[in-house]
Design a protein around this ligand. Sequence first.
Ligand SMILES: [Zn+2]
Length: 223
Amino acid sequence: MERKIIKDKTAGEKLKIICGECRIAQKHVVLTSLEDCIDEDNFGSVKSYQIVQCQNCDSLCFRSEYADSESHAYDPETGEDFEWTQVDIFPHRTAGRFKIKDSFLLPIGVRQAYDELIDAMNAGQRILAGLGIRVVVESICVDLNAEGDSLYKKINDLSLKKAITQVDASILHKLRSLGNASAHEAKPSSAEQLDLAMNVVEHLLLGTYIHPRLAQSVFKDSK
Ligand SMILES: [Zn+2]
C-alpha cells in the first residue's frame, strides 16, 4: 500500500453548501485542504479534508469528501454507472436544523443536552434524537427542581408549581412517550414527529430561560 498526503489539491474550489450562520445555501471556497491518497494493487481512494469559507459571511467550517475506485454504482433506471462521493460537514447541518438564538443563555446541563440533540437531529439519527428530546425534558425538570420519582410525576409537579403551563405539560407528556419508544423499543420517531417535538422543546426553552433573561438585560432600568 502506498499512501501520499497532498496539500491544497482542492484549494480554491468553489462549492455550494448550507452555511451554518447564513442558514441558507451559499457559495463556499476551499481555503486549504489535505488529501489522503491511498494506492493499492486493485484499489485507490482519496479522502479530502477541507477548511471552507462562506463567501457571504466569511464563517468557516470543516468539510470532508471521500471517493474510491469502487464508489460507483449501477443505476437500473438509466442503465448507466454513476459515481458517488461521501461528503460530511461539521458541525452537521444536513437537516438544516439550527440552534435557537442565544442558546448560550441556557443553564449548562440543559444546554449540553440540547446541543447533542441538535447534532443527532442534523445527522439524521432519529432514535438518538428521540432519546435526546427526553433527555432535554429531564434536564429541564432537574434544573427547575421538579419533584417525583418518575418523569411523568416530575412534569406534573412543574405544572403544579406553575413553572410551566398546563398546555406545556400535556405536550411534554407526549414528548416523554416519544422518548420511551426510542429507549425501550429502539423505534425511530418519524421526521415529522421529531420536527414538531423540536419546535415544542425550543418554544419551552425560549419561554422558560431565554426570554426572561433577555427581558432582564433589555429592560433592566424599568420596573
Ligand atoms: Zn454564511
